[in-house]
Design a protein around this ligand. Sequence first.
Ligand code: AMP
Ligand code: GLY
Length: 427
Amino acid sequence: MRILIIGSGGREHALAWKLRQCRGIEEIYVAPGNGGTASIAVNVPIADSDIDALVAFAKEKNIGLVVPGPELPLTLGVTDAMQKAGIACFGPSAACARLEGSKSFAKEIMKAAGVPTAAAGVFTDLESARAFAAAHGAPLVIKADGLAAGKGVVVAMTAREIEDALSLMFTGKAFGSASSTVLMEEFLRGEEVSLLCFCDGKNAVPLPSAQDHKTVYDGDTGPNTGGMGAYSPAPILPDSKLESMADLVIRPVLAEMSRRGTPFKGILYAGLMMTAEGPKVLEYNVRFGDPECQPLLMRLKTDLAEVMLACAGGTLDRISLEIDPRSALGVVLAARGYPGSYPKGMPITGFDEAEKEDGVAVFQAGTKKIGGSIVSSGGRVLCVTALGQDLGEAQSRAYQAVTCITMENCQFRSDIGLKGLRRLGLA
Ligand code: AMP
Ligand code: GLY
């Protein structure tokens, strides 16, 4: 079978790495891919948003499974288009991808399905949004309705910050059409954790929990990024609670989407806040998270292509996941300045040295291969990921591997996994 992966991040490198280990795979193509995928698969210069070109390529190469990594092609209907062409695609239809593509739609579904989430109002004009803010008071969380590359959320702690966020979204049109509708929701306190489930329309099979690190600096400070590191499992959501959590926040959504005639297939990812009143959903993603995917796939032992085909084909009830009992932890190496402006073109060395230990993988994100060398081309550049007997060992092995990598103008967080270690009483 031939596989086409869509995307160019660390997640897509990890997907290619894992799918290469599956039975019966002849070739893997990645559109557009990066320096890492260039070494283990064939990069194809097609943008992740060019659905027509992706379908034409998949037909031409007789692709047996398409795996979209990011949300954009999913919201643009890549799964529907591939299906129409008779090609299996692991991911939700455009109708289901609205769970990520529209935060007001996700709220509507959560309400209908009885899933616990923050109370929220939806606004399409500045005046009524201001009136709500005045009646409610700070703190409030203000969210652009549409996709905004992880930047459409402002946690406003004061009336001033609320006003600034509202004028940015409505009058500044900071996020284009993504912010012509704005949500304002109750501020929740607690620790965040992620639950990702494989879904086939009817059945949901949970992966172990993972925890992302969204802000750029240690101690969860500084601006939000795409994610600076992740680990699995997160002690706040142990394996023994995965099924009950899936019953609370995933399976009711599958039932509601089926009831509407648009069954959900692919990965459904619930971003959770573990509050004093219980878990509440902050958001849904309709795909693997990046970098959560990297540690999660290092722990997955089941043939990933078989699981993905079972999701697309509605036969997930025949699959049980085998998970490595060890912990996995990934540290993102970013270019200095990210998530603001940053330099590009830095040569990167030390991959072989970093990967010489068993159970260490360096997944590449913003890189390209020039001749035999790898140079940086994006903000998040690498995710250095390691397995360990426990979280502490995964952390020390990952940071040990980081010391093997040389890249100028490099920044990374030094506290990936710390919250988990604290919860275990180990830090
Ligand atoms: P989202 O894209 O909805 O996950 O929001 C991005 C980040 O904003 C989350 O990971 C949280 O850290 C924060 N956030 C979102 N909603 C809330 C909320 N209701 N209360 C507190 N923090 C929130
Ligand atoms: N790491 C968060 C995301 O992929 O959206």
